[in-house]
Design a protein around this ligand. Structure first.
Ligand code: HEC
Length: 614
């Protein structure tokens, strides 16, 4: 080595060393201010309570971190920001919730807690601890016709959970009829035969005298709500409240810069969450609305939007473009919107054809492909050239094709006279709904057609469309793995499927959510670094992991009741992000929508500590 490179080498090595030392100091400083709760969950006799969810909540809007107690009942919280007013909740099915407030967490402290929980002895309270799907299963099992079961799941669980405390109330049959008409006007329309059955069916299935003994049978059996597995107990789940009771958090996306973006469909907001700030730092922007009225292009003569709705453009799906800008489908505004996080400027692009831009994805040429749900189109937009297409997709029947052609006229007519009851009482007439979209590793564009039980492929150059029937109902949001297999959730058959585009073979796995068949998985996403499949446990307050190599499922119970999930995003550390998107938000436990992060291996265990503040 000559002198010059040597000098260069040493200078840079020194710089590297200094950088390392500095970052060491920074970490030490962060460690000094961070603090933890540790302790034990036990019963009155002193026995450990295993697998309890211990939640530490702080701030307004709140941030909450949840860990699980281990075999000895012990828990260690992640590093938390010092404060003197933490609320702590301990929750395990079969035990009364323990909720205590005003816990102080000083700087650099490790606070030891002894948390004593009591057995739940009231069967009604115990039944109320179970996720909605347990209650909904009581309704489903009394419908003899499998087609009606399928219809009820597909048409009634796509905005909110069924079987939650808000939906399982006893109602006068006349009130049920009005309610079903309201749901039908919003899109949850049913065949007449099913609609007429529902008031009596709901009232009898949800009657506590009938439901509670069934739901709590064998509750002294150790197999009744066993603790989550040791694998699950390695997880840390964090939740950040975002928006308000009048919000509807639709999709989320993790930006490569480590911040999460989320769109609020009911309030026309874009949110950004920086999870590295104490309790999370939140910022929001109102979407550009032009002069669109409440309801956007779908405004109709008979519309009475909920008093708290502020949706003119209705942002729905959000993705990060290769240049780091964000693109959003405006479902009610019939546009695509671009947001530049650096300049905070907006651009919008109007759709030329079609209604209700829905889910968007980027291909590796930077083009946007998006489903157009109401009019059965698939859209393509190239931000570089401005090239834009809207492909009309095949309808299932002639009747559907005719109605789809008449959509612009129907929307015009709907602004003159109230047509909504027509749809609500249409004896279950549904249109094909292009839903999930994803791009295969070979560049082909694939989409699902929800009500037709089909998937389709679009050639990325010739735009030729090919349709394929699925051997299961209601394919929703699907994703490719790194090897080109397509993973598809069946919303109404409680399963996931793997489709091989080369052999055209499907293989199904039922979801292991009890009672079997009561889950409605809205979306899957594949972490392409290891091809792990993550599934929304939409009606059971869970996130589900599937490892294709071993065909093993792991079910992570989420901390908040009525956690309705519909889109998954990963961060650079493989942590799983989603939002609680139950609409209406006020049905969520606590009434506030949230975004959440599941770190499957985040728990602090002896010998392995992952810093929150890294
Ligand atoms: C398009 C979204 C959507 C669909 C589909 C939908 N709902 Fe709802 N549901 C809502 C909203 C929004 C509310 C709150 C309405 C309000 O209070 O104004 C609600 C409320 C309810 C409630 C509680 C009402 C109350 O007073 O607390 C029940 C029960 C219910 N829905 C049942 C159903 C059934 C059964 C179906 C299927 C026929 C269905 N929902 C389909 C959006 C939907």
């Amino acid at each position: 080595m000559s002198a010059a490179p040597l000098r260069f080498f040493f200078r840079h090595r020194l710089r590297l060393l200094t950088a390392l030392m500095l970052s060491g100091l920074l970490l030490a400083a962060a460690g000094a201010s961070a603090a933890r709760f540790t302790g034990r969950v036990r019963d009155a006799q002193g026995d450990p309570v295993v697998g309890a969810r211990v939640t530490f909540q702080h701030g307004r809007p709140a941030h909450a971190a949840t860990v699980f107690s281990d075999d000895a009942g012990r828990f260690i919280s992640p590093e938390l920001w010092p404060a003197d007013d933490y609320a702590i909740r301990v929750r395990r099915i079969g035990w009364k919730d323990l909720y205590t407030t005003d816990h102080s967490l000083p700087r650099s402290a490790s606070i030891e807690l002894e948390l004593v929980v009591e057995r739940e002895t009231d069967p009604a309270e115990l039944a109320a601890q179970l996720p909605s799907n347990h209650w909904f299963a009581l309704v489903l099992e009394r419908l003899d016709d499998p087609a009606q079961q399928e219809e009820l799941k597909r048409q009634c669980t796509y905005c909110h959970q069924q079987g939650s405390y808000a939906t399982r109330l006893q109602r006068d049959p006349e009130e049920w009829r009005k309610l079903l008409l309201l749901m039908g006007r919003m899109g949850g329309n049913l065949t007449t035969a099913l609609r007429e059955k529902l008031p009596a069916l709901f009232n009898s299935s949800y009657d506590p005298k009938y439901a509670v003994p069934l739901l709590t049978a064998n509750w002294n059996d150790p197999d009744f709500a066993p603790p989550p597995s040791a694998e699950v107990r390695r997880a840390v789940i964090e939740e950040w409240e975002l928006g308000s009771r009048a919000s509807m958090q639709h999709d989320v996306v993790m930006h490569p810069d480590g911040r999460l973006y989320s769109v609020d469909m009911a309030q026309d907001q874009l949110y950004r969450l920086d999870p590295s700030a104490p309790d999370g730092d939140r910022k929001s922007w109102t979407l550009p609305r032009g002069d669109l009225p409440l309801g956007g292009v779908f405004v109709s003569a008979g519309d009475r939007p909920p008093a708290n709705s502020n949706a003119h453009v209705g942002p729905h799906s959000i993705q990060v473009a290769p240049d780091g800008t964000l693109w959003i489908t405006l479902a009610l505004g019939n546009q695509l919107a671009q947001f530049d996080p650096v300049t905070e400027q907006w651009q919008t692009v109007e759709l030329e054809h079609g209604y209700y831009p829905h889910t968007l994805r980027f291909d590796d040429r930077g083009r946007i492909w998006y489903s157009i749900a109401a009019s059965n189109h698939l859209g393509m937009y190239d931000p570089k050239t401005g090239d834009s297409r809207q492909l009309r997709l095949p309808a299932g029947t002639l009747g559907q094709a005719v109605v789809l052609r008449m959509l612009p006229f129907m929307l015009w007519l709907g602004r003159q006279v109230d047509l909504r009851n027509l749809a609500a009482e249409s004896n279950g007439f549904v249109l094909p709904i292009p839903y999930g979209v994803d791009i295969a590793p070979d560049g082909a564009v694939w989409f699902s057609q929800l009500n037709q039980h089909r998937i389709g492929r679009v050639d990325p150059d010739s735009f030729e469309v090919e349709m394929i029937d699925t051997p299961f109902a209601a394919p929703r949001r699907m994703r490719f793995d790194s090897k080109g297999a397509l993973w598809i959730p069946s919303f109404s058959e409680s399963l996931i499927s793997r489709f091989d585009p080369k052999t055209r073979e499907f293989k199904q796995w039922p979801l292991p959510i009890e009672p079997l068949g009561s889950e409605t998985p809205y979306a899957v996403h594949v972490d392409r670094r290891n091809d792990t499949v993550w599934i929304c446990g939409t009606n059971s307050d869970s996130l589900i992991r599937f490892e294709p190599q071993t065909e093993k499922f792991t079910v992570y119970p989420l901390p908040t009741r009525v956690t309705y999930t519909r889109e998954i995003s990963f961060d650079s550390q493989g942590r799983v992000w989603t939002s609680n998107s139950n609409a209406p938000s006020w049905q969520i436990e606590g009434g506030m929508p949230k975004v959440l992060r599941l770190d499957p291996y985040g728990a602090v265990t002896p010998g392995r500590q992952r810093s929150q503040l890294e």
